[in-house]
Design a protein. Sequence first.
Lengths: 297, 311, 471
Amino acid sequence: MSQVIVPNTGQNLTQQPSGPQIQRLAGELGKHALLIIVSIVFLVPFYWMLSSALKDNNQIFAFEPQWWPNPVHWENFATAINFPGFPYLRLLGNSVFYAGAVTIGTVFSCAAVAYGFARLRFPGRDLLFGITLATLMIPPIVTFIPTYILFATTGLTGSYAPLIIPRFLGDAFYIFMLRQFFKGIPADLSDAARIDGASEFRIFWEIMLPLVRPALIVVAVFSILYTWHDFFGPLIYLQDPMSYPLSLGLYAFRSQRAMEWALIMTASTLTVLPLILVFLFTQRYFIRGVAMTGLKG
Amino acid sequence: MAIAIPTRQARTRTMPRLDREARAGLLFILPWLVFLVVFTTYPVIGTFTLSFTDYSVIEAPEWIGLDNYQRMFFQDSSFWTAVENSAFYAAVSVPLRLVLALLLALVLNLGVRGISVYRVIFYLPALVPPVAATIVFMLMFNLDTGPINVGLRALGLSPPDWLRDPVWAKPALIILGLWPLGIEVLVFLAGLKEIPQDLLDAAAVDGAGRWRRLVGITIPLLTPVILFNLVIGVIYSFQVFTPALIIGDTTGEPLESTLMYMVLIYRNAFRYFSMGYAAAQAMILFAAVAVLTLLIFRSARVWVHYEGGER
Amino acid sequence: MSMRQGNGSRISISRRDLIRVAGVGTTGALALDATRRGALAFAPAAQDASTITFWTPGGSPLYCEIMTEIAADYSEVNPNVTVNFQCGTDPDAFQERLLGSIAAGNPPDATVYWDTPVALGVRGAVMALDDMMATAEYAGVENWPAGVLASCQFGGQTWGLPVAAGTYGIWYNQELFESKGIPSDRASFPKTWDELRAMSKEFTRWEGDRLVSAGYVLPAPSGLAPTLPIWSALNGGQLYDAENQTYTIDAEPNVAMMDYFIAWLDEEYQGDFSRVQRSGAWGPYPSDEGQPPQFQAGNLAMIEWGSWGLGDFYAYGDPAFERWDVAPYPVGPDGETAVSGYWPNWLVIPEGSRQAEAAFGYLDYLSGVGVVKWFEVIPDLPTNAEVPETVPTLVAEKRGEEFAAEAIDFFRDQLDVVTPMWDSPVQSFALDQLTLALERILTKQGAPQEVLAETQQACQAELESVLSSQG
């Protein structure tokens, strides 16, 4: 199937050809209405969490649903930050380090591996990809013990090494995802480049990677997200409380019997806050779409 | 002005490069090969072997042949309960998530004013730690004071006691699982962004309406990503764990209705000191999901369209 | 039930064999062995300065603080031992951490454990302490209440130390009693189940579908399952017979007990357990959905609770009343004497600990001395006979020294009449099975006789399977 590629004119046309003005306005309102309704549904639990974060412990347990905390306990946040055993800034720094290291390793390794599976033919490719998928199907709970023993005998426990090193080798989830994206790119591009004499690596680095940039951003965001929330890995492999990431510190809040729910909510909110900021910043990359560039020639 | 070279010609041209390509291919996946050998083979083969043993983690494993499997299929009612629960969860949750996420992504891609605000709102739930999300939803599902039932009553319905009713506890889990939909939406959005706008414009110029463009261009080009979300959805829906554990504890309250397969494995491994038995259960899960995935991929030949061709 | 190799001998796979099977080969196995030996070579000699690692599964920041202090105190008194204390952050995942560390050969030297050491001891996960107890300063056999030590014993050996054990009693709201004209002194409290049930009626009030106030309400299954051994004993029965290593869940007295509960449910609570649960949090803690505890709110007259209530009573906002007291359990129709129960904190030394002697020294200290400081801050009742009888500070503040001393004396006395519990090698399995059984019985999904029989079968089978695999 041949394809005609129109060069990028520099514009990103997102609006359809114009119809009557009123019809368009109605369409806009309709979309907004839909979006607003869905947004409210999505936001209610979030709001509940935030308002709980600002309440007294009693008020969370009050009989009538308390939609607005009264009195508003802004100091809950200060309490949580200064809570003994929850050195917020230190843990935040650890989380940033952990998430950052993992993400860098993940993005680069998974992009390369996914490209190999998607666009290059080599013996055993499909079998290996099948095995890759298979690794996702075995619950980590069971493989945890042998893996832990492996790391313990090489003396790597007690540090972030067992958590970071494997991530520089790849991750089945992202490999699968990126492979799908790479497969969506028309073959002609790489074929043409090959004819021009480009090495596979150049094709990968200069042509393919930029084309899957939205997907790469998604991988990075997911990686940061999951690492931020990962507490089991750190729980098992880390020993020094000062090296704990925020997710683990959050667990220090869940004391044996006392259910300080208000503070748990506060701590959760504090854990989420940095993520929200990261998210707001990467928003721009989603707005910028992908423009198909024509072939040289 | 650029003209694309017909694919057929290009293919014959690249034939002689197979060796070079194969070498490059293997180099590209080399890190992953290392991972597979070191971090997958050993634990996976280990788990497989353990499934034939009686292993309490603290003592050396003891070979018992097919005992674990025999017990699982013929003597353990909790096993079948967990299978039913997980199957129900997957069967309802996967299609629901797929459809909803796709719809949301399509709407978000429409370019409404202030779209970035909506995007952030839809992603926010995915940022909340699963434990906190579950706790919040438990408060939300309260029979009398929870916003969900308050809302349902306002619509004139008489809502159930979600977390205490064995019939409604699983739907509650499914609903809770729908909150972080932003994850699938993100992936779909990335896929939508990859669809060349020029293609859509050209079609519009040719007179194709919005619906035609959606069904004729967008969705077909989105199928690789749909496949991804579908397979991942299936795999992970069988592995739902934390919310089920928090809501139902290790007994799957109420009345074992929230006993998901992963909770079963977990409690056998670490609560009952039966890691061998848990390993056997993990193997069964693996087999079931593998078969399902294989079927999905088989079917994919019919409905998934790769622009890159079926290389 | 399970097939073993023909002639009864066991085929045991050592960890080394397992690795070989997994394909890592002899090299891997040798490496494993060498690393282990190498690591041991670096372990400091016991007589000189030694460091012991001590874990706890979790705990509030206050708990962690006080444990850190106690560890420091110990090092002052014993300068050649440093206690490297690690406060756990996730009690739920603690089991995995602990088991993983034992499997990998790098466990803590000692740890607090929130489940029965019997389960660990049977499986060789912890060390037997009898020899060390014989020469201990505080932790000798004679210093522990027999009923409590029973939770650590199996096969003639002791696998842990029950350093603190909250005991149970029936708490009641004196002010509520008086408002109904009922005498509120401890001596007048109901002595039998029938009396309890009759008195409970006085407080029951429904508003349509909702139970607004009550006298005594059966806890939810997950709360009742741990204390079921107490109720069984009160009715002259037993759930688990440790001496004969057999379960007796569906024995006559237990079926009668469940029948009694159902009859009570039908008479007083509209026969609908779910409706009762929905109406509020009838346990001493807020419900999962955020309902406040009814006892503290003044809507529940009597409640089964442990001595840790001395702290927790005041932990969820201000209670609606001031004057409460505690009384012994009433006796069931088929029972003879009042018994009590307990929920311990245990100390164990995992197998593979390299500083067992030094670690036991610390456990000994904790049992007799450290626990005093612990008790001051958190009302976990010390059980050791050598511990001076102190009074928990919070209660003293709220109700005065005299009452606080009385209350804690009551709980101490209960230590002498506790029924054996927490002593099964398959404790967690049985607990889960009992929770499910109670759910089914109380929501009328099955008749007590049948449900208990099924539970009996499951638990007994599991028990036998574990015991037989221990050879």
